[in-house]
Design a protein around this ligand. Structure first.
Ligand SMILES: CC(C)(COP(=O)(O)OP(=O)(O)OC[C@H]1O[C@@H](n2cnc3c(N)ncnc32)[C@H](O)[C@@H]1OP(=O)(O)O)[C@@H](O)C(=O)NCCC(=O)NCCS
Length: 186
């Protein structure tokens, strides 16, 4: 129900507060990989914080300022994609993602991100989709490249993470570029 097939037994579904325990169990499997680059896992450490994070996204969704979706592979929650920021008034949004290690290397996040970007551009009139990533996060940069994004620039030493101030790269794709790629890739 309410699932978008991603192929190869994977599905994209809304990740709602009632799934907090499943989300926490998944995040415990994903924690080491996710902690390396982003703060998401450190915000999800017990049932209360798992529910609080999903509730914050339910509230963002109600305000049309963000959304979160899970990726299920063979009925197990293995990762997700989100609109960390969504601003229909200015036509800007930011997409983010994560996976647990067993689900990497299959193109799941690339395919799930395409669903989000298609929806943002075609249904919501978003003009610019952004992807913010640490320069050290090679796997995520490869996703941005696979999505046809352009590297706009670098916020040097902008993001303190695990005691190091990391460079944050800003990647983006514009609606016209997204449509052009869709047209050429059939
Ligand atoms: C970022 C992250 C989600 C990327 O995971 P990933 O598995 O590399 O990304 P995808 O799901 O898009 O899969 C791409 C990989 O699958 C391969 N692949 C297999 N089938 C594919 C398909 N049909 N389409 C696209 N890629 C496919 C690609 O070649 C690629 O592998 P490679 O990098 O060895 O070439 C993961 O490293 C992660 O969770 N990191 C921690 C959290 C994080 O950093 N989030 C991003 C913050 S900016």
């Amino acid at each position: 129900m309410f699932a978008i097939p991603l192929g190869d037994g994977a599905e994209l579904r809304p990740l709602e507060p009632w799934r907090a325990e499943e989300f926490l169990a998944h995040m415990d499997r994903a924690r080491d990989l996710v902690d390396e680059h982003i703060k998401l896992a450190s915000a999800v450490t017990d049932p209360v914080s798992a529910r609080a994070l999903l509730t914050s996204y339910a509230e963002k969704q109600a305000a049309d300022s963000g959304r979160i979706y899970g990726i299920w592979l063979d009925s197990t929650l293995v990762g997700g994609v989100l609109f960390r920021i969504f601003d229909a008034a200015t036509g800007n949004c930011e997409v983010g993602c994560w996976l647990e290690p067993a689900a990497t290397g299959r193109g799941l996040v690339t395919r799930a991100s395409r669903v989000l970007i298609d929806w943002a551009v075609e249904e919501r009139g978003i003009h610019r989709v952004e992807w913010r990533v640490s320069s050290a996060n090679t796997a995520s940069i490869k996703v941005a490249q696979r999505l046809g994004m352009t590297r706009d620039g670098v916020l040097r030493e902008s993001s303190p993470h695990r005691g190091v101030r990391q460079n944050t790269e800003i990647w983006s794709v514009l609606a016209s570029e997204w449509r052009e790629r869709a047209g050429t890739s059939g």
